[in-house]
Ligand binder design. Structure first.
Ligand code: DON
Length: 570
């Protein structure tokens, strides 16, 4: 670490002493996996390997993404899923871009106050645990859509590797064994009969093999019948039976009606040479990321340096304002007029950020959402894939909490999501991530709940540059933001950018989560002096990303220090 003296401009700021952070000297750079022909980076080595094998069989990025998705549903049931949903952003080699929304929907019988008691207060855990927490899954429909539009190999070929993994079994990592053990009581409480992921004899251990035979049969129906293998016939029967037994709401009619949606991705420029392509509502991710980048552009982030106190302070202040907007203005655009043009208008964001002080934090109670004067007429997991033709897909999928609502569909072998908690169950009442919301994100039948998922692709000078995303609930947006700035402004290799310790602020609650080791003492002291309340936490986000290097090769960076992730390239 070097000690530097740096002059800071503006409002009479004096020279500030700081310790520059975590940038290893040239020559000792930490790098991810390098590949020339393709790259798959996911949170599980077996899923990354499945995706890579599909690329090597002549599949493109869409084929590999679908295969990786289904493999994660087997080897990473914490968040990989058939019973959940997600978002994908793609950029094809010819420059074509698009995004797919396969987010869950509220069942037809869902209603605005369904999680409130007679006094109008949220009933603890009702939107989080058990059958009532589940939204109508979008995952299988999403994968069918993605494959039909962009895939090249036969559908059967991309689904089969997941079936093989489910039938033959796979060996548990330490993280996977611990996750099963930690959730044992939840599995027992949420399910009406014992599920096979609870061992009767002893706790799971690293090295144990687990087979998923019911899941294999469900996947075979999906392989053979596509969408109908999940939304109709035996799988739909099993879901409806599970719901009836557990007093859940999802019906076969809900399943038959589910359709994912292709949406125009949001795009914005950053420091002229970058174009950022990200997910539109019903995710808040793209809007918030673009607002944050517009904010960052006005400051000499790169000159200040990574995790310098002024960089961190400024980013926190931008985050405070953006998350306040998120709470009020964002929801499912099919049900609520999201003021997108206003939120992405540089003049609006400049105005909103104008009162950021370099010498003091703005307390969150003094920040409200921006005023709408213009309405237009209207444990999650992320993986990144790039193929040798230069096609790329950034995909984030989730059950919301680990194993979703913890209910496994009997006979189906898959967990259902607890995504209903992402709705604002009561205005101003925080969800599991502490996020608040109101009318824009209120529960309505068939509506999609607001998300923070931020699958993102960045172009540099018109060419594919970065494919990035992460799980982490409300911290997803700030996690992606930091990795983007680490690469674009701080010149880190992708692996350095992913490894770098992170921080997070989301307006409410008014504190800053800081990963252990993220900030030197001097920076912590300075931030505290500016009024920020810092809370030390373990890991924030698990970013899995791909960077295109100047020579055209790929750097795949998995979040090794925070997960089992693997970058598989060739
Ligand atoms: O859609 C969302 O924003 C959340 N359901 C994501 C949940 C999540 O990332 C949990 N993982 N750590």
């Amino acid at each position: 670490m070097r000690i530097r003296v740096l002059g800071l401009t503006g409002i009479g700021l004096v020279l500030s002493l700081f310790i520059s952070c975590h940038r290893p000297p040239a020559g000792a750079r930490v790098q991810g996996t390098i590949g020339r022909q393709g790259m798959v980076v996911s949170t599980h080595p077996l899923a990354s390997d499945v995706g890579l094998a599909i690329l090597q069989q002549g599949g493109n990025a869409a084929d590999a993404a679908v295969a990786t998705f289904f493999a994660l549903a087997v080897v990473f049931p914490e968040a990989g899923n058939l019973g959940g949903g997600g978002f994908a952003v793609y950029r094809w080699q010819n420059g074509q871009i698009g995004s797919l929304d396969f987010r869950e929907k509220a069942p037809a019988r869902a209603s605005r106050d369904m999680y409130l008691d007679a006094k109008g207060e949220p009933i603890k855990n009702l939107s989080l645990r058990g059958h009532l927490a589940a939204g109508v899954p979008g995952a299988v429909d999403g994968m069918v859509e993605l494959h039909q539009k962009l895939g090249r190999l036969p559908w059967q070929q991309v689904v089969q590797p997941a079936i093989d993994l489910a039938r033959q079994g796979h060996v548990l990592t330490e993280i996977a064994a611990n996750n099963f053990n930690r959730s044992r009581a939840d599995f027992e409480a949420a399910n009406l009969s014992p599920i096979y992921l609870v061992r009767a004899d002893r706790a799971w251990q690293k090295g144990d093999t687990v087979r998923h035979l019911d899941l294999a049969r469900t996947l075979e129906r999906v392989r053979d019948q596509g969408r109908a293998g999940f939304y109709e016939g035996p799988t739909a029967d099993l879901i409806e039976q599970e719901m009836q037994a557990g007093k859940g709401l999802i019906t076969k009619a809900d399943l038959a009606a589910y359709r994912s949606a292709w949406r125009a991705p949001l795009t914005g420029t950053y420091r002229k040479k970058y174009r950022v392509i990200s997910m539109p509502p019903p995710s808040s991710g793209g809007v918030a990321l673009l607002q944050l980048l517009q904010g960052a552009e006005a400051y000499p982030i790169s000159k200040w340096g990574h995790n310098h106190s002024q960089t961190v302070h400024t980013m926190i202040e931008l985050e405070r304002r953006v998350y306040a907007d998120r709470a009020t203005h964002l929801g499912d655009p099919d049900f609520y007029k999201v003021p997108l043009a206003m939120l992405l208008d540089p003049a609006y964001n400049r105005g909103r950020n104008a009162n950021i002080s370099p010498v003091a934090k703005t307390p969150s109670q003094q920040i409200k959402e921006g005023r709408v004067d213009r309405i237009e007429s209207t444990e999650t997991t992320h993986f990144s894939v790039a193929d040798r033709e230069g096609n790329a897909i950034s995909l984030t999928t989730t059950l919301n909490g680990y194993y979703g609502c913890k209910v496994m569909v009997r006979g189906g072998g898959f967990f259902l999501n607890n995504e209903m908690d992402d709705f604002s169950v009561k205005p101003g009442s925080p969800n599991q991530f502490g996020l608040v919301g109101g009318e824009a994100n209120a529960i309505v039948s068939h509506k999609r709940m607001l998300s923070s998922m931020t699958p993102t692709i960045v172009e540099k000078n018109g060419k594919l540059h970065l494919v990035v995303g992460t799980p982490g609930g409300s911290t997803i947006i700030t996690g992606v933001y930091q990795v983007v700035l680490n690469v674009l402004d701080h010149g880190m290799t992708l692996q350095e950018a992913v490894n770098a310790r992170r921080f997070h602020h989301q307006w409410l609650p008014d504190n800053v989560l800081v990963e252990r080791g993220a900030l030197p003492d001097s920076v912590r002291q300075r931030l505290t002096a500016l009024g920020h309340q810092l809370i030390e936490v373990g890991n924030l986000c698990k970013v899995d990303a791909i960077l295109v290097r100047p020579d055209g090769s790929f750097e795949g960076a998995a979040d090794h220090t925070r997960s089992d992730g693997k970058a598989a390239g060739w």
